[in-house]
Design a protein around this ligand. Structure first.
Ligand code: FES
Length: 122
């Protein structure tokens, strides 16, 4: 298994607007998973690439955003409010994406690669 660095840093300049999304390789319970870092009104968010419907990856092409900037799942067309991570349309309405903890340090998002406890959105 390829090891990942303990932290990953994403320059804030790589997330200039609501159409930008960056894939972040992560580890969860010794498995490689992905996160998606993006901008939102209140700052930034990193969502785990796992749909609350069946736990499927959100996207086949690495860009789980629709034309309005909301997050989508390509499996069964769920749509999630990018600001809250809550599904507002589709088979998992009312359920939320899982947020990956991070901190903003200087001009970068700093994300611990090993995610011990991702937070489900409220
Ligand atoms: S797995 Fe995402 S909508 Fe069904």
């Amino acid at each position: 298994m390829n090891e990942l660095p303990e932290f990953q840093e994403i320059p804030l300049s790589d997330l200039p607007d609501e159409h930008a999304v960056i894939q972040v390789p992560l580890m969860k319970k010794k498995r490689r998973v992905l996160g998606y870092a993006m901008r939102r009104t209140t700052g930034f968010v990193v969502y785990l690439d796992s749909c609350p419907h069946f736990g499927s990856p959100l996207s086949d092409d690495g860009i789980p955003l629709d034309a309005t900037g909301n997050v989508t799942c390509s499996a069964h067309r769920a749509a999630f409010n990018r600001e809250t991570g809550i599904c507002f349309q589709g088979p998992c309405a009312g359920k939320g994406l899982t947020e990956v903890p991070f901190e903003v340090t200087g001009e970068a998002l700093r994300i611990r690669t090993q995610i011990a406890r991702p937070r489900p959105t409220p």
